[in-house]
Design a protein around this ligand. Structure first.
Ligand SMILES: *Cc1c(COP(=O)(O)O)cnc(C)c1O
Length: 432
């Protein structure tokens, strides 16, 4: 089948094809990544990309909104239903800018925001040094307890009493454990702060009831739409009615122009998918898979931050293995296992070459992998770490990974027609 892309831009077509082959022929363990459904992909690539819709449904600055008003309203209503929120804004372009809008809704430049330290698993937009959030606002960071790797709520409360923040941020980018949002709400109330909860990673688990929902305990909940939630790349804000106007004004005209209507369309599709039994099954399996992978890794002598996980995410502390996170991530990538190196809570090493490795089970769960495959993957990782400089062992694991990938193809309804990927090597493996 010759697609228009193949005909009009063969160079980019070829590169997309290569990326498709890479995504289907590797174990994608980066916890922020996933495979979206064909329906989400189609909506993202639809004619809604052609439309400008500055404003909100019923209050636009451009004409021709007969359809976009309906679509955005559907997306908003679905978001409110799934997260049991009084108000939703589906326009943020992504998680980072959603956070900035949340801060701007509740604080003035120079006010203090208080989020988790970057090295402890906070997000850059939670006031880390390189982020504009630390230039606009005064940023104070709390750590996790270095011994347990867990949040120490009493210490967080003491710190909040001391720094008197305008905003306390809960929700993280590399924290494997459940978060007590209720406690954060109480700390915020006690210290007169607003509570913003950023569930970018765990939104899919929250939507399916596998992680407590912060909506009742937070002034604003911020999220991406593309991690465990498995939608298009985007952002979203949820809040109580009392903050609705402030949130909407902070997004538009506060910092954005025209919303990306194709993304909002695809967000609506993803939210409908998230409201199904199948999605709950997927979310349950994500956590089962992560727990099993964690358990097996520990059996192989890996030390995990917080000694396990309650979510989709695992953080390995490689210091007892005597090899850096970057070296392991590079070697794993040569074996088709895609991860990211990560800082650890008390890692003295530089963030460019830290001692942590971050894994997540969302994408491989979408492929249908279960506990048995987690055992295999743990063994792959163990083998690579034990043979970090042995290219022939790495090559052997590479072939085994490819075989596993061919046994768990990206499900049909997750691939566009004509894009079914056949691996030259997987055929060779089958002949063996
Ligand atoms: C991924 C992430 C974000 C940022 O999302 P982008 O869409 O990459 O801008 C924000 N907060 C947390 C906690 C994240 O994990």
């Amino acid at each position: 089948m010759v697609t228009p892309l193949e005909k009009y831009d063969p160079q980019i077509y070829e590169l997309i094809k290569q990326e498709n082959v890479r995504q289907s022929g590797s174990l994608r363990l980066i916890p922020s990544e996933n495979y979206v459904s064909k329906a989400v992909m189609l909506a993202t690539g639809s004619c809604l990309t052609n439309k400008y819709s500055e404003g909100y449904p019923g209050k636009r600055y451009y004409e021709g909104q007969q359809v976009t008003d309906l679509i955005e309203t559907v997306a908003i209503e679905r978001a409110k239903k799934i997260f049991k929120a009084e108000h939703a804004n589906v326009q943020p372009y992504s998680g980072s800018i959603a956070n900035l809008a949340a801060y701007n809704a509740l604080a003035e430049p120079g006010d203090t925001i208080m989020g988790l330290r970057l090295s402890s698993g906070g997000h850059i937009t939670h006031g880390s040094k390189g982020s504009i959030t630390s230039k606009i606002f005064n940023s104070e960071n709390y750590p996790v307890d270095p011994e347990s790797g867990m949040l120490d709520y009493d210490a967080i409360e003491t710190f909040a009493v001391k720094v008197k923040p305008q905003i306390i941020i809960s929700g993280y980018t590399a924290y494997p454990r459940m978060i007590d949002f209720k406690r954060f709400g109480e700390i915020a109330e006690k210290t007169g702060a607003y509570h913003i909860s950023d569930i970018a990673h765990i939104a899919g688990l929250v939507a399916s009831g596998l992680h407590p929902n912060p909506v009742p305990y937070a002034d604003i909940v911020s999220t991406t739409t593309h991690k465990t939630l498995r939608g298009p790349r985007g952002g979203m804000l949820l809040c109580k009615k009392e903050h609705a106007d402030r949130v909407d004004r902070a997004v538009f005209p506060g910092q954005q122009g025209g919303p990306h209507m194709h993304t909002i369309t695809a967000v609506a599709v993803a939210l409908a998918e998230a409201d199904t039994i199948e999605f709950i099954e997927y979310a349950k399996q994500i956590v089962k898979n992560a727990k099993r992978l964690a358990e097996k890794l520990m059996e192989y002598g890996f030390k995990l931050v917080s000694d396990g996980t309650d979510t989709h995410l695992i953080l390995i502390d490689l210091r007892n293995k005597g090899v850096s996170g970057k070296k392991v991530a590079k070697a794993l990538d040569r074996a088709r296992i895609v991860t990211n190196f990560n800082t650890l809570p008390d890692d003295p090493a530089s963030p460019m070459n830290p001692n942590g490795l971050r894994l997540g089970t969302s994408a491989i769960t979408t492929r249908g992998m279960k506990e048995e495959q987690m055992d295999q993957i743990a063994l792959f990782i163990h083998t690579i770490v034990e043979n970090i400089d042995n290219e022939s062992v790495i090559e052997k694991v590479n072939r085994e990974v490819l075989l596993l990938c061919s046994q768990f193809p990206v499900p049909d309804h997750f691939i566009l027609p004509g894009e079914k990927v056949v691996h030259p090597l997987s055929n060779a493996e089958k002949r063996e």
